[in-house]
Design a protein. Structure first.
Length: 71
């Protein structure tokens, strides 16, 4: 299983980094994500959109040593 680094902050779906992440999940079959820089309000939306694209459920981990940020 291949995992990639991803931002938990909301990005416009047409932004280059979001398009690349979506391609990795949908076309390459990435199976795991490590979330960085997340916000409580945006992370569920980001993860739900990516889970919808995945062929199998994504394994998600997070680097949150500084805690959750609130927008």
């Amino acid at each position: 299983m291949v995992g990639v680094r991803a931002s938990g902050l909301y990005r416009h779906p047409d932004s280059e980094d979001q398009q690349q992440l979506r391609r990795e999940v949908e076309k390459l079959g990435v199976g795991a994500l490590v979330m960085f820089g997340s916000e409580v309000e945006s992370l569920p939306r980001v993860l739900n959109e990516l889970q919808d694209l995945a062929k199998i459920p994504l394994l998600v981990s997070a680097d949150m040593e500084r805690g959750w940020r609130s927008a």
